[in-house]
Design a protein around this ligand. Structure first.
Ligand code: CP3
Length: 347
């Protein structure tokens, strides 16, 4: 850790160092639940916002100006590196991402490009540089990417999927295609994440949002080697958070694949998660985002329960178990951040 960063509770917690209170940030902390976001979104489409460095920087900072969060996350999307790889998609209204030419054949995979981030996604690097200037001395900035499995699932299925039939189909029946696709994604992610560090990202999170659909055996065989390859290839002078949902049966191999911090969702008790991955590693989580729709008293009860499970161990980063949902009451988010700081105060 650079000397100037040693006072940031978030970065200290990533390294399992003691902190005066439990740091908190929220996945998708910039987004539709904020009216400032919805106002800007009337002028720009979501992808236009991602690709305009000034706007992306502005959106990144919106929740920071409003709440006492301990880290910012750059406003972008896990799908952003796919377009320069040669996989086009759009966000259809109300449907999420839609890929018009999903990747199903080895020939298509062979044609995929490995991206050069400074050339192919310059807007992201510029947004990171702008935000770093704005946040200097205040809080650190997190860069991110999807993990190989989650990105492959979007490319193969052509959008969000319920059962991952085509993804698992390639995995089981077409090992050459699977290895070639996962290999190209790995190469892209290594250069994409290292470029974010060079631009100024002070920590990284890898989102393996949908890997919980796999059995532990399949995770080890078809995903582990690639997730490990990415994390081994990234400059580890910055801490790395390895996040997945529905992953309680995958925690041990996820830890082996890499990460200074393992991100867990609400489906597992934090204490149990820690017992499974071992004390030597930090944990991020794990409030159910739906709890934020409840009255403040109930949110308080859940926050205390999570902090009790963490037992004041160094290395707990408070977060939701998954992204904050649209329509979440803003005042509940403010109350959550205050509560976590107050109830975890160790000074
Ligand atoms: O956390 C942050 O604040 C940084 C920004 C961020 C976004 N997406 C903004 C976004 C991050 C880290 C992501 C990650 C992401 N994107 C993931 C992994 C995390 C997770 O939720 O599991 C995934 C799977 C995606 C892909 C994606 N992007 C989907 C499926 C959708 C549509 C569903 C939805 O929530 O609308 C998006 C769109 C998206 N990404 C929005 C935002 C703010 C909403 C865009 C809008 O304004 O309409």
């Amino acid at each position: 850790m650079k000397k100037a960063e040693a006072h940031y509770p978030f970065l200290l917690a990533c390294r399992k160092q003691p902190t005066p209170y439990t740091p908190i940030w929220l996945m998708r902390q910039a987004g539709r639940y904020m009216k400032e976001y919805r106002t800007l979104r009337k002028t720009f489409s979501f992808l236009e916002m991602c690709k305009n460095p000034e706007v992306a920087a502005q959106v990144t900072l919106q929740p920071i100006e409003k709440f006492k969060l301990d880290a910012a996350i750059i406003f972008s999307d896990i799908l952003i590196p796919l377009e320069p790889m040669g996989v086009e998609f759009e966000f259809a209204k109300g449907e999420g991402p839609v890929f018009h030419h999903p990747i199903r054949e080895l020939k298509q995979i062979e044609q995929l490009r490995v991206i050069e981030p400074e050339r192919d996604v310059p807007f992201l690097m510029e947004a990171i540089r702008i935000v770093r200037r704005e946040l200097e001395g205040k809080i650190p900035l997190i860069g991110f990417s999807g993990a190989p499995f989650t990105l492959a699932s979007y490319m193969i299925e052509g959008g969000h999927s319920r059962n991952y039939i085509l993804t698992k189909g390639m995995m089981y029946q077409n090992p050459t295609s699977w290895d070639c696709l996962m290999g190209k994604i790995c190469e892209t992610l290594i250069s994409y994440l290292n470029a974010q560090i060079r631009a100024g990202a002070q920590a990284l999170q890898i989102f393996d949002s949908w890997v919980g659909c796999l059995s532990p055996q399949d995770y080890k065989e078809y995903v582990f080697p690639y997730s490990k390859r990415v994390m081994d290839g990234v400059d580890r002078s910055v801490p790395l958070i390895h996040f997945a949902t529905s992953s309680s049966t995958l925690l041990e191999p996820m830890k082996q694949a890499g990460g200074d911090v393992i991100g867990v969702d609400w489906r597992i008790n934090l204490k149990e998660a820690w017992a499974r991955i071992g004390e030597g590693i930090a944990i991020q989580g794990n409030l159910d985002p739906v709890i934020l729709f409840s009255p403040v008293g109930l949110i308080e009860r859940e926050v205390k329960r999570i902090l009790d499970q963490a037992e004041n161990r160094p290395g707990h980063i408070f977060n939701l178990g998954h992204g904050i949902l649209p329509n979440t009451p803003v005042e509940h988010v403010a109350a959550l951040v205050e509560m976590v700081h107050e109830y975890s105060s160790r000074s």
